[in-house]
Design a protein around this ligand. Structure first.
Ligand code: 5GP
Length: 145
């Protein structure tokens, strides 16, 4: 899918927001949802999405939604850092198929990093065990300010 085109209301994240597909949630409010990536590139990989915007990518997002997402990403990253004590973390955000994007509902990746643990490939990581994800989500949620 290119950078231009229509929002697909049946994309995976839209279906998660509608409750049609389960997700391991970390936290949510009226505007955003933070949930565990089911194919995590590292332990504690979290995704942050808007509940209100139909932006597929960074080019389309309303500036006020972007500001809300940025603050939500920071809040979540702080909790990830507190809960899991990574040595670093990567914030990733892909735009368009050629840019590495696979789900066309704008999202930010929070990926904890440790120097001695190689990052799993984007789109190539194995599916995580749901109980493990639930336990990580609980630890991260407990560390939220
Ligand atoms: P993108 O490639 O669009 O930047 O990232 C999409 C992310 O969504 C990937 O990291 C992928 O692992 C994750 N993902 C794909 N399908 C699902 C799903 O059904 N549930 C969850 N929680 N994550 C998903």
């Amino acid at each position: 899918m290119s950078l231009t085109g229509a929002y697909d209301p049946a994309n995976i994240f839209a279906r998660i927001l509608k409750g049609e597909i389960p997700a391991v949630k970390v936290w949510e409010d009226d505007d955003v949802l933070a949930f565990m990536d089911v194919f995590p590139q590292s332990e504690g990989h979290v995704l942050v999405i808007s509940k209100t915007s139909r932006a597929r990518n960074l080019l389309e997002v309303e500036p006020e939604v972007l500001a809300t997402l940025a603050a939500a990403t920071q809040r979540t990253a702080r909790a990830v850092a507190k809960a899991l004590s990574p040595e670093g973390f990567s914030i990733m955000q892909f735009n368009g198929e050629a840019g590495g994007q696979t789900v066309f509902h704008l999202h930010f990746h929070i990926i904890p990093r440790w120097a001695d643990r190689p990052l799993k490939g984007h789109g190539h990581a194995p599916m995580a065990d749901a109980d493990v994800l639930r336990s990580l989500a609980e630890r991260i949620a407990a560390a939220l300010d």
